[in-house]
Design a protein around this ligand. Structure first.
Ligand code: FRU
Length: 498
């Protein structure tokens, strides 16, 4: 069964962000360089616009911006992954492309379609065997097109998990190599219901030994998903996506968050010493990021530009597709903080520059030259003589997405309430505002990427980012400004992105 592509509604499809050609997309997987091409796989259900038994969709790119869709790389077709090929990572090993993923089985589901299951269940030597199991598996390709599952799967079975880890929450292997050895970070949940990441090591990528774990207690969420560990600017960074992380002021306001720990990882002991921590993005729709090293040796990250437990209109209104990825972001560390910049090759896709130097905005400012819904807008401003400055995006008659810089309260907020297709959280009512604390007495720099139904905002050269989706009935494309007092615009530049 394949979805009827004629029923595809293209009104909210992006122009320069990766989306599935049809059906559902979540986490980026297997992000890696193989045979001089970038490969990005993703959690994919081709038959509906909601999550289902996971496949790995596959796309390749030369510049990380323009992607070519390939055939589905992995399907749930083995006894150990029959209910889902869950998230994981990819790397080049010799001349081969190796993908590590989580095999997911759910005996609830199996009971429904395997009439023999009941018999087997009774025969099991473990009567209290969990209904859900997650194990780590390997698939190998020689050509970057056809992927074959390893005959010895799973490479880490339920027997190789520490006793206090839930067998049903052990997933998303990120594998990398370091000095002749392989290392794996796996997301997990303890039987005490706290999130953790487990580290394994291997000489050959097939036989794995448990090394250590990192656990930070109940404030850090109930399960850690999609870990990624890498070196950056002389430090080690551990990324992960904790579900139900406890909110801290205006940080971690989403039900599920994404964070970075920066410090030192000891390869001998598997011990991670934390120096600083931060939330990765302070918008609504950013989850499960994964990184790779580019051909120019830059560390680049891509995240799923959506969030769990949210009611997106793409599914409710049957658009035929649902889910997309953020732009690739170049990472670096300054003063213990992770900085994210739009990957520089986006510049090759920017056209028709419009710019205006040094002018003042007082009350309303509108200039059709800066309108658009598929564009980059770079602004340098200072609020020495103003108290508030705001920009409305995707503006029509009754709808707009509002970014406000409030000098007195040291806050930047994004408000997505004014839409006739409000994006409702299924767990917290009336949740339409995200804010962050920032010193606005100094000059501010913004780079804003609009793409039909998404916005990515990079503040002060990537010190902070805000990512959000936005769907409107009117599909307005005005970008207008408002200032209380006089805001000095040092420079405003706009490019269309095709
Ligand atoms: C994160 C996640 C992963 C899992 C995958 C299933 O978004 O929940 O932990 O492998 O999605 O699609």
């Amino acid at each position: 069964m394949v979805m009827n592509t004629k029923s595809m509604n293209t009104s909210y499809r992006h122009n320069y962000h990766l989306m599935p050609s049809q059906g559902w997309m979540n986490d980026p997987n297997g992000f890696s360089l193989f045979n001089q091409e970038y490969h990005l796989f993703y959690q994919h259900y081709p038959y509906a616009t909601e999550w289902g038994p996971m496949h790995w969709g596959h796309a390749t790119s030369k510049d990380l911006i323009r992607w070519n869709h390939k055939a589905i790389a992995l399907k749930p077709d083995q006894p150990y992954d029959r209910n889902g090929v869950f998230s994981g990572s990819g790397m080049t090993v010799g001349n081969e492309h190796w993908l590590y993923y989580t095999g997911h089985t759910d005996t609830h589901l199996n009971q429904l379609y395997d009439e023999h299951y009941q018999k087997k269940q009774h025969a099991t030597p473990f009567p209290d065997e969990p209904l859900i199991r997650q194990v780590q598996c390997l698939a190998i390709s020689k050509d970057g097109v056809n992927y074959e599952k390893f005959h010895g799967n799973p490479v880490i079975s339920s027997e190789e998990i520490p006793e206090d880890i839930r067998l049903e929450d052990f997933r998303d292997p990120k594998v990398w190599s370091h000095e002749q050895s392989f290392y794996m970070a796996v997301g997990a949940k303890t039987i005490g219901l706290t999130g953790t990441v487990l580290f394994y090591t291997s000489k050959n990528g097939v036989n794995w030994n448990y090394l250590n774990r990192l656990e930070l207690g109940p404030d850090y969420g109930t399960v850690w998903e999609c870990p990624d560990l890498f070196e950056l600017d002389g430090k080690h960074v551990l990324l992960f996506s904790p579900q139900d992380k406890v909110r801290k002021g205006n940080q971690f306001e989403n039900v599920h968050s994404t964070m970075a720990l920066i410090g030192e990882f000891d390869y001998n002991t598997g011990y991670f010493t934390i120096e600083t921590e931060q939330e990765l993005d302070q918008g609504f729709d950013f989850y499960a990021p994964q990184t790779t090293l580019t051909a120019e040796n830059k560390r680049v990250m891509i995240a799923w530009m959506n969030m769990w437990d949210i009611n997106y209109p793409l599914h409710a209104h049957d658009h035929g597709w649902n889910g997309s990825m953020t732009l690739p972001r170049e990472l670096s560390i300054t003063d213990g903080r992770m900085i994210q910049k739009p990957y520089h090759l986006i510049e090759n896709h920017q056209r028709h520059l419009v710019e205006k130097q040094r002018f003042f905005i007082k009350e309303h400012y509108r200039n059709p030259a800066f309108y658009g819904n598929s564009q980059r807008l770079d602004i340098r401003l200072n609020m020495q003589y103003s108290s508030q400055f705001s920009i409305s995006f995707f503006k029509g008659k009754n709808e707009k997405l509002i970014l406000t810089l409030d000098k007195q309260h040291h806050q930047i907020t994004l408000n997505r309430k004014q839409s006739q297709y409000p994006i409702e959280s299924l767990v917290s009512k009336n949740d339409f505002i995200r804010s962050m604390t920032i010193d606005l007495t100094k000059p501010v720099q913004l780079s804003v990427f609009l793409d039909v139904s998404s916005i990515e905002i990079f503040i002060n050269q990537g010190e902070h980012t805000i990512t959000s989706l936005f769907f409107t009935k009117e599909q307005g494309n005005e970008v207008t400004f408002y200032s209380e007092g006089e805001t000095c615009i040092e420079e405003m530049k706009k490019w269309e992105i095709m």
